[in-house]
Design a protein around this ligand. Structure first.
Ligand code: SF4
Length: 379
């Protein structure tokens, strides 16, 4: 028998009161870039032209560059460069290196990039230290070629198809490693086309992405064939409100999850980055209760969770302190354990006891409060 959810005080609340907790859909928060540029090469691609048309229809001017090099982003100071880059969207052709797909454990078999960069301002941003240069958002005009190129990877699993618990997913493609799809979809239409491409594909495959936005209106009613799993990246209120600038509110993300789940999409939670704040049990308990309310009454909901604790590298710390010099984000090497990544790079994670405590709590509480949810991995 599924357990009843808890209210904020830790008391169980009757199931009939879930409707009061369920998030209401509100108009989605949308990014309007301050500057949009297009390279000559991008305009040779039909999708590049489609993006230009879409952006202009929104009343935003598109600057046509003379060469394929992006210029005019650097300011007098690092802060100015950051601000200019974050306000800029460039319509470009993807670099050739991106067309040879890389495995992306533990999330998916392969990483596919439809864009790079994100307009939000998360003070722990995963892109810091991964991408070089000013953080301009680049959207790819050669979408049709990118999608056509995926056929070579079907049936070549590296992660999920070798995991018995995930074998039903087929070959999986992760499309949000270097960007946030729902932050950009209204400007590009790229992920909508990708959903339709996967729905038509005559092979067991899955498209996946995670987002901190809530703009799902154009995905509802789309023929998706259950081949796209949209995960919403969520966190407890103190983390989300303090560190996730420019994103949609967590209740709006959960309302969007509900809309997609009701439309038959497989959905998911990316609970990240998990932080052991002083009152973390209460705060994450509140979050799980909101999740429970968001999926209440959704027939045969297919809901997964990916649980990721906060970590940083010397490189990401340096970039983040440059971007957010006054951040209150804890990045204290002394209170962390050092770990070596696959290629020998150092990262700082929580100590083993803290990790075990967090993991035990999330495993038990997800099972109790959101029994429909399947945990895919913990890291
Ligand atoms: Fe970075 Fe993701 Fe936040 Fe965008 S939404 S700023 S990619 S952490």
């Amino acid at each position: 028998v599924p357990a009843a959810p808890h209210d904020a005080s830790g008391e169980r609340v009757p199931t009939r009161d879930l409707a009061a907790l369920a998030p209401a859909a509100r108009p989605a928060r949308r990014w309007t870039p301050g500057r949009v540029v297009a390279t000559p090469a991008a305009l040779e691609h039909p999708h590049g032209q489609r993006i230009v048309d879409r952006v202009q229809a929104l009343g935003i001017e598109v600057e046509r560059l003379r060469s394929n090099r992006l210029v005019g982003v650097r300011g007098q100071t690092d802060r100015e460069t950051y601000a200019r880059a974050k306000a800029t969207m460039a319509i470009v052709v993807s670099p050739p290196s991106r067309r040879a797909l890389q495995p992306i454990a533990p999330s998916a078999d392969w990483r596919v990039d439809l864009a790079e960069g994100c307009p939000a301002h998360c003070q722990y941003c995963y892109l810091a230290g991964s991408l070089s240069g000013p953080p301009v958002t680049r959207v790819y005009a050669d979408l049709d070629d990118i999608l056509a190129g995926l056929a070579a990877y079907a049936g070549r699993g590296t992660v999920t198809s070798r995991n018995a618990r995930r074998a039903d997913e087929g070959t999986t493609f992760e499309a949000s490693c270097y960007t946030d799809p729902l932050a950009l979809e209204h400007l590009t239409g790229s992920w909508r086309r990708a959903v339709q491409h996967f729905a038509r594909w005559d092979a067991p495959v899955q498209l996946r992405w995670t987002t901190k936005y809530a703009d799902v209106g154009t995905f509802v009613g789309l023929p998706h064939a259950g081949r796209t799993r949209v995960r919403f990246s969520v966190n407890c209120a103190p983390v989300s409100e303090r560190f996730e600038g420019g994103t949609a509110r967590v209740p709006d993300r959960l309302a969007a999850l509900r809309r997609l789940a009701l439309d038959g999409y497989p959905v998911g939670l990316t609970i990240a980055p998990i932080m052991p704040l002083p009152d973390w049990r209460e705060r994450y308990g509140d979050l799980l209760d909101q999740v429970r309310a968001a999926v209440d009454g959704v027939p045969e909901v297919d809901l997964t969770a990916e649980l990721i604790t906060h970590r940083f590298t010397p490189g990401s710390k340096e970039v983040l302190l440059g971007w957010y010099p006054h951040t209150r984000l804890e990045m204290d090497e002394e209170s962390r354990s050092r770990k070596h990544g696959k290629f020998g790079a150092v990262k700082y994670v929580y100590p083993r006891d803290t990790m075990a405590e967090l993991r035990g709590w999330f495993t038990a509480e997800l099972a109790a409060r959101v029994p429909a949810c399947r945990i895919l991995y913990w890291t």
